[in-house]
Design a protein around this ligand. Structure first.
Ligand SMILES: Cc1cc2nc3c(=O)[nH]c(=O)nc-3n(C[C@H](O)[C@H](O)[C@H](O)COP(=O)(O)OP(=O)(O)OC[C@H]3O[C@@H](n4cnc5c(N)ncnc54)[C@H](O)[C@@H]3O)c2cc1C
Length: 454
């Protein structure tokens, strides 16, 4: 039996950040990562979604100084974000949120980012076992303390005082591990089950013709495909390659879509929601009618497999962790990722850092209040925007972008004024501020620690 102070399930941004922080605190920290092959990495590593944009203020949320971000992970500096509706659009050039990063943000190479976080953790003294799954966790109580026994797919057993669950949005380990602390008759699956608490995302790495490639803008189109917080995007990488992708709820029923003719990327003879690759083809045809799909060739040595990748992404609200059992759930596993704009690496890194530090110092009960202090504002913003978007259809999105565009133009001509048209410009519209009120005082938490049977 291998014994450690802190066992960490999953070696993505959350897990590696937890490992570094725990090792920095002199704990014996072990990351178990199942290990995923990728076209853009020559060794097994974490399941690195290669969709990676970092906004300026996210660097602060990660609790990194700008100069600590290695240059070789950055693919391009971003100058703004373009939001398209069926027929309106707006481009915002600042997030309007105070930050120490100079610029709108950057696009980065996710596999390199994950490798960097792992190198940092190993340099601090953490260990990794890559290439084997955690299949089971059994937690036993002895007086006031708990011991966690992890079983790996290769039969190895590991015993740990503290457990950090960083297995991402599929929560292959988290669901059963946390269920041990749920009151009888309740399961965490009703809140974090992967089919209901996640969206599916699909993307293709495509070479974009020189004259169309825009390396400085993230581009999103809202109200062109049906579904709550469902949208296609084009994210620039380097070398005229962009990730063309989309996110949408899992298992949508086309018959349940109201006003389906209004969605640009649906066609009258669709019998079901089109698969991601069809949506992407239609997006490119719609945006660039003078070009053929062959003008945007797949870049097969990138991404997970032959230039394409499909991933779940958490699209729910976070839970508190059963910290009395010395367990922290972090990053995508805890439901911290935004349903609205997909951003999640920053909250994964930060929650991991907090959990690892507290696990090492034996102070895990501080975890829930500390992560809320660190990322609470960001979660409120994200869940409020997602809520605001819930019933919006194509015409509503056009109205939003028309208004934001006017606000941006107005700002350009009149200087400072009451409307601020940055990343949160959309927040000024409609019911956003009212919605925010609902999530104040940690109203965004789906499950409180007091609800566990501890
Ligand atoms: C298409 C897409 C686009 C995105 N775009 C952005 C973006 O632009 N910016 C941004 O900030 N975020 C983005 N995100 C979100 C971001 O990828 C996630 O929030 C982030 O990866 C969460 O980090 P994590 O460490 O919590 O989980 P993950 O990165 O999912 O890591 C979990 C790890 O656990 C491992 N694992 C799972 N089960 C087991 C097991 N049983 N045993 C051992 N290991 C296991 C997995 O292999 C994986 O490596 C995007 C996500 C998607 C899907």
């Amino acid at each position: 039996m291998h014994q450690v102070d802190v066992a960490i399930v999953g070696g993505g941004p959350a897990g590696s950040s937890a490992a570094k922080a725990a090792a920095d605190g002199d704990a014996d920290a072990l990351v178990i990562e199942k290990g995923v092959p990728r076209s853009d990495r020559d060794h097994l590593g974490p399941d690195s979604t290669d969709a990676a944009g970092m906004l300026d203020y996210w660097v602060d949320i990660m609790d990194y100084e700008p100069e600590e971000i290695p240059e070789d992970i950055i693919l391009s500096d971003l100058e703004g974000a373009y939001f398209g509706g069926p027929s309106e659009s707006a481009t915002v050039k600042n997030t309007q949120i105070e930050s120490s990063w100079d610029g709108f943000g950057f696009a980065f190479q996710r596999a390199r980012f994950d490798d960097w976080l792992r190198e940092e953790a190993e340099a601090a003294g953490a260990s990794y076992e890559v290439g084997t799954n955690v299949t089971d966790v059994e937690s036993t109580r002895d007086g006031r303390s708990y011991t966690h026994r992890l079983t790996l797919a290769d039969g190895e057993e590991i015993e740990a005082d503290a457990l950090v669950l960083a297995d991402g949005p599929q929560r292959t380990v988290t669901l059963n591990a946390v269920d041990q602390f749920m009151p009888s008759g309740r399961s965490i699956s009703s809140l974090l089950g992967p089919k209901t608490a996640n969206h599916i995302a699909y993307q293709e790495h495509r070479k974009i013709p020189e004259e169309l490639f825009d390396p400085e803008l993230l581009k999103f189109w809202w109200g062109v495909i049906p579904g709550h917080t469902a949208y296609p995007w084009i994210f620039p990488n380097d070398d005229n390659v962009a990730r063309v992708g989309l996110t949408m709820p899992i298992g949508m029923d086309l018959d349940a879509v109201a006003n389906r003719d209004a969605y640009t990327l649906l066609q009258p003879d669709d019998e079901q929601i089109p698969p991601g690759r069809v949506y992407i083809r239609r997006l490119l045809e719609w945006l660039y009618p003078d070009y053929d799909l062959e003008d945007f060739p797949l870049v097969e040595d990138r991404g997970k497999q032959k230039g394409t990748e499909a991933y779940p992404i958490s699209s729910t609200q976070p839970i508190e962790s059963p910290t009395q059992a010395n367990v922290a759930v972090v990053g995508g596993a805890m439901g911290a990722t935004s349903a609205f704009h997909e951003g999640g690496d920053h909250v994964a890194v930060r929650t991991g850092k907090i959990a690892g530090r507290l696990a090492a110092s034996g102070d895990m009960q501080r975890y829930n209040p500390e992560w809320k202090d660190a990322i609470g504002d960001e979660i409120i913003r994200n869940v409020s925007l997602a809520e605001r978007a819930r019933d919006m259809g194509p015409a509503d999105w056009d109205e939003v972008f028309r208004t934001v565009r006017r606000m941006v133009e107005f700002e350009g001509t009149r200087g400072r004024q009451a409307f601020r048209a940055g990343w949160s410009g959309m927040s000024l519209l409609g019911r956003y501020l009212w919605t925010r009120r609902k999530f104040r005082k940690h109203g965004y938490v789906q499950l409180r620690e007091s609800e566990y049977a501890l």
